[in-house]
Write a protein that binds this ligand. Sequence first.
Ligand SMILES: Nc1ncnc2c1ncn2[C@@H]1O[C@H](COP(=O)(O)OP(=O)(O)O)[C@@H](O)[C@H]1O
Ligand SMILES: [Mg+2]
Length: 263
Amino acid sequence: MATILEGRNLRKTYRLSRKNTVEALKGVEISIDKGEMVAIMGPSGSGKSTLMHILGLLHAPDPNHGPAPELRLAGENVAALSDNARTKIRARRMGFVFQDFNLVPTLTALENVLLACDYAGIRGKAAKDAAVEALGLVGLADRGGHKPSELSGGEQQRVAIARALVNKPEIILADEPTGNLDSDRSAEVLALFRQFNREHGQTIILVTHDSEVGEACDRVIKMRDGRIRDAGQRAGTPVMATQAVAVPLGAGHSGFDPDAASV
Ligand SMILES: Nc1ncnc2c1ncn2[C@@H]1O[C@H](COP(=O)(O)OP(=O)(O)O)[C@@H](O)[C@H]1O
Ligand SMILES: [Mg+2]
């Protein structure tokens, strides 16, 4: 299975004041396969969100105080790209979902989804069609005209998922996407991610506190104190034969796009 995201020497220190700093990431190495659905788990403050922001090119890893950081997206080193280049990659190849949904309150559900098309340079009828389709995929075809305040939490998160999906990104990154949802709504959201992962081979990286979410993923990466404590075991990878081609256990990649897989 091809690697889609690969990070090495990922460090991040936040400066709180002239004297006070927080070492949020202390040198992380991580590798994620194309088509994997991975959970990143760990205690609050262990660096999960910081890592997700770096993997999603929202923040750059620190270049100083250690070996040069590397971040490869489908083989290309993206660690040191300009802000502009990173923004383009984010808009076209990644989708983001956050705990608090992050919808624009003054826009309708459809307009919120269209915003993601606009960022990716897709406008007009193509954008409208894609946004309507994405809302349909998350079961909100009839809610496009509603503002976030007129939707339940579960519905708002599904709008956010439609927004993350609308450009058919290779990678979806979600930070505690079920953190503000009750267990039934969490299960729905999780099922949607699983469906997109199986049907479109999308790589999904979920930061979560919820062990049920972790169990539903192919692999759980555990973080503690700014480091990866356990990189987990890929589903279906024979323990003694990591060189062998891994066949995801029951992953049902029948809908997997063979062209996309040949990266
Ligand atoms: N913008 C920031 N400024 C200063 N400190 C931060 C910032 N973001 C995170 N931190 C600190 O970095 C550490 C890791 O945070 P975070 O990555 O959010 O962890 P997690 O998502 O696992 O809870 C924590 O100690 C947190 O307080
Ligand atoms: Mg966090």
